[in-house]
Design a protein around this ligand. Structure first.
Ligand code: PLP
Length: 396
């Protein structure tokens, strides 16, 4: 058994027993040279594939020229990123604030919504996950995470300011959003909950209720954004534009960068000092993001995500052991007739990495969007074997 937690490290991550040494595209090799097909994509981070040469070159060239300077100066590479984001984003959301992570982007979105409306209440959706800061934990759609926000009672008010509506429950949403609401926050396609796509109707009603009440509609696209669900953002895939939209994970292909997107009505209210960060939008992560956005567009990866979704659904639907396939694009949940965890271990033994979810029977797929048809076949064959090897777990 490999040692998965360093003795001098906080023991907070349940780890797989593999030690990756290098990766390329959809493949990864461990320290012993064993190959894995990565259907987990480093947790939805490697949308353009591991170590895309254009991203690696952009990082190297930027690092050689200027490793860092803060937001106190304008930088050409940051400006390139603002242009690239504005070109890809929904037409109503052409301005960006650059941060370091998904949680930071969501934290700033909630803070802005609360500050600009002067209201405290957040409406979120059961199963949603938005990060590990206190505001984002308090808005989580899972009690386990809301509990972490309470921190000895100090976060209670934030937790109590959240109304969490059942998943895709349009009537509950209509009722929950009122004149006290600062923001309605959700992932259009939930990740951690098990790759669950909300309906178009839910998004449309959320937009309407926010317009009626003056609340801000916030899409957390940290996991489902950057091309994964068939358009650059889920907002574009669903044709519903929120007031604020957050991106991270795949944006920097592995370098830490996130973005909070907004339109002119919000941006016009901002003044110096309202938001800030030292590292957010630093030149090296910005260079990685510019390259990533270029690849997503040039290789037409959002459209490819839909084609590959179709291939995966067609190939996997007949497999015994899969009750239902949910999700959108290359954020898919396989709802199994048994716990996912032993199946995931059996898949790793077959040389395939995939993810779990809060729903214990759901196996989550978030592969690079450069996935190939041959990888679909390889995955389906490995899954068939993993399901056969775990048939004793059915109904467990
Ligand atoms: N929002 C969603 C939908 C996520 O999936 C995650 C991370 O898994 C986050 C926010 C938090 O992002 P980060 O870990 O970069 O803070």
């Amino acid at each position: 058994m490999l040692n998965t937690v360093h003795p001098a490290e906080f023991p907070v991550y349940p780890r797989w027993s593999i030690r990756p040494a290098r990766a390329e595209g959809c493949l990864l090799w461990d320290e012993d040279g064993r190959e894995y097909l990565d259907m987990y994509g480093g947790h939805a981070v490697t949308a353009v594939g591991h170590n895309h040469p254009r991203v690696v070159r952009a990082i190297r060239e930027q690092a050689e020229q200027l490793l860092f300077y803060s937001n106190v100066v304008p930088l050409a590479i940051r400006e390139e990123l603002f242009d690239a984001l504005a070109a890809e984003a929904p037409s109503g959301l052409r301005s960006a604030f650059l941060v370091n992570s998904g949680a930071e982007a969501n934290e700033q979105a909630l803070a802005l919504a609360r500050r600009l409306t002067g209201r405290a209440k957040i409406v979120s959706v059961e199963g949603g996950f938005h990060g590990r800061t206190i505001q984002t934990l308090a808005a989580a759609g899972t009690e386990k995470y809301r509990e972490l926000a309470r921190i000895g009672g100090a976060g209670d008010a934030l937790v109590e300011a959240t109304v969490c509506v059942p998943f895709d429950d349009v009537a509950a949403l209509r009722e929950a959003v009122d004149a006290e609401t600062a923001a309605v926050l959700f992932e259009p396609v939930q990740g951690l909950a098990g790759a669950r796509a909300l309906s178009s109707e839910f998004l449309r009603v959320a937009r309407e209720r926010c317009d009626d009440t003056g609340a801000f509609l916030v899409f957390d696209e940290v996991q489902c954004g950057c091309g994964r669900v068939g358009a650059f953002t889920a907002a574009q895939a669903y044709d519903v534009t929120p007031d604020l939209l957050t991106l991270a994970k795949a944006l920097g292909s592995g370098l830490p960068i996130g973005a909070l997107l907004a339109g002119p009505s919000i941006v016009e209210t901002l003044k110096n000092g309202d938001l800030g960060t030292t590292f957010g939008g630093g030149p090296v992560p910005a260079a990685a993001a510019v390259a990533t956005l270029g690849i997503l567009a040039d290789e037409e990866l959002p459209a490819r995500a839909l084609t590959l979704e179709h291939s995966l659904r067609t190939r996997l639907a007949p497999l015994a052991g899969i009750d239902r396939i949910v999700g959108k694009g290359l954020l898919l949940g396989l709802e199994l007739d048994r716990p996912a965890s032993p199946v995931l271990a059996a898949l790793r033994a077959e040389g395939v990495l995939a993810g779990g979810a809060v729903a214990p029977n759901t196996l989550r797929l978030l592969p690079p969007l450069v996935l190939e048809k041959s990888h679909v076949t390889r995955f389906a064959t490995a899954l068939e074997k993993a399901l056969a090897a775990t048939s004793n777990e059915v109904g467990a």
